[in-house]
Design a protein. Structure first.
Length: 134
């Protein structure tokens, strides 16, 4: 059978690295590897069902923008989960769960296409809906 390992594509504006080197410094790469392994369980814990992560954007070597695909929407819709790699995965999960389950956000997201959720600013969580979506 096919491997159930999560495969993803890295998109980056970082300067090119020599062939045979990692796209990130070793500590950042280790944090990325841990986050990729934990994200399916985190999304499930938060209550985001039917989602998967197949792509990642790296604006720098400390911020990770995971592209979450909501496979339950028709057609499947992508949104970004922005995370600063210095935060623990437990903190990411707790912040995302509190935000996702907030009544205000739940009411606002009905009929909207989510563009991103940004968890990089401590207790301040930023998000945006795409314009013109019904």
């Amino acid at each position: 059978g096919l491997s159930r390992n999560l495969l993803f594509v890295i998109e980056s504006e970082l300067p090119p690295r020599a062939i045979g080197t990692r796209p990130l410094p070793a500590p950042a790469f280790a944090r990325l590897r841990d986050a990729v392994a934990a994200l399916p369980a985190i999304l499930d814990y938060v209550g985001i069902k039917g989602a998967e992560i197949r792509r990642l954007q790296l604006p720098d070597d400390k911020d990770f923008f995971f592209i979450v695909t909501d496979k339950k929407s028709a057609p499947p819709a992508d949104w970004q989960l922005r995370w600063e790699s210095g935060d623990s995965l437990e903190t990411m999960a707790a912040r995302l769960k509190a935000f996702w389950s907030a009544e205000e956000f739940s009411a606002e997201r009905k009929g909207q296409k989510l563009e991103y959720v940004d968890l990089r600013f401590g207790k301040k969580i930023f998000y945006r809906f795409a314009a013109g979506f019904d």
